[in-house]
Design a protein around this ligand. Sequence first.
Ligand SMILES: Nc1ncnc2c1ncn2[C@@H]1O[C@H](COP(=O)(O)OP(=O)(O)OP(=O)(O)O)[C@@H](O)[C@H]1O
Ligand SMILES: CC(=O)N[C@H]1[C@@H]2OC[C@@H](O2)[C@@H](O)[C@@H]1O[C@H](C)C(=O)O
Length: 363
Amino acid sequence: MYYIGIMSGTSLDGVDAVLVNFSGSSFSLIDTCYVPYDPFLQAELLGLNQSGENELHRAALSGNRLSRLYAEAVVCLLEKAKVDSGGIVAIGCHGQTIRHCPQSEYMYSIQLVNGALLAELTDITVVTDFRNRDIAANGQGAPLVPAFHQQMFSHSDVHRLIINIGGIANITSLPVKNSVSGFDCGPGNMLMDAWCLQHTGERYDQNGLWAKSGKVIDYLLKDLLSFPYFSMPPPKSTGRETFDLNWLLSYLTGKEAAQDVQSTLLQLTVQTIADSIRAYYPTARELYLCGGGAHNETLVARLQQELQDREIRKTDVLGIDADWVEACAFAWLARQSIERTPGNLPAVTGATGRRVLGAIYPA
Ligand SMILES: Nc1ncnc2c1ncn2[C@@H]1O[C@H](COP(=O)(O)OP(=O)(O)OP(=O)(O)O)[C@@H](O)[C@H]1O
Ligand SMILES: CC(=O)N[C@H]1[C@@H]2OC[C@@H](O2)[C@@H](O)[C@@H]1O[C@H](C)C(=O)O
């Protein structure tokens, strides 16, 4: 029961791909492959988050480029694992989000990928477009990963929280008795990455050392935290439409030192995660981090400082490396689709019911 999961997230850094084996209820991660975006593709994808000239054509071309990269990642996995394409049941490919508008007046989410091309290039069944069925059922279409967290990380006696710190940060609550819940807390690394690139030329602030060299600007943090998204009740999900550099610039006076802004952005991520936990999951004591932000030592130390009575570890100790949880989730979501089993959790997304997700392109 080999599946491939492919995730390219809101950080816009590249492609995470995994080969996994599901047999019955057991799961194993067999191989992984990471393919970075070249600067041209990265800039093009970032540009497609806003309207621009000839954007339909550009989006279609980027979808094709992405699909060729996804196919490279598939070949890399098959070679590493010495498995041939006939041995794979399906590829679950998230695609690259360029717009996310689940609100009732819009009701769509766009993940770029040419599923037909990927099926043609790999000769493997491809499942894509995981979000729109949930949105059609009045859900947010995100986050979807909590259903996978439930399968992999639940404990019969302990209330656990799983916190993904990617471009956006999202939280999953796995209580002992009540139903699973979760939502997007707000920006994870996205704003820090953009500010860091603009001021240092580095794509991200390694271990948060630049942020650590600055001071949190109290008035700025207070202003940022007053943004309505943070106090909105779940279900909720967000993205680059809301949290981009322009959003940040609208709060700056122009007199702030760049490293102090970075320190404040890091604190914003920490604070919005900690506030969400205090507001919605006050009794949960075990926290497990995944996503790239789990490697940011300054961020993790400040989060531990905010939540001193909770134990914070990475999902690695639960059996899945923090870097590969999302890609594994899309392999699992593909299996749900292939088996015609629902993949969404209405308690998370707000959908009116459970739905079989995804569009299938047969091999
Ligand atoms: N050592 C590190 N120190 C600081 N930040 C790091 C480190 N390693 C990774 N990161 C951060 O993690 C980001 C990548 O995270 P990840 O791959 O989880 O995001 P994503 O999957 O694209 O986002 P999302 O989950 O929102 O879709 C990088 O852009 C960087 O900001
Ligand atoms: C629209 C979209 O791509 N959302 C992503 C993003 O990245 C993290 C967070 O925001 C989450 O809601 C979601 O991704 C994961 C994989 C999810 O659906 O659970």
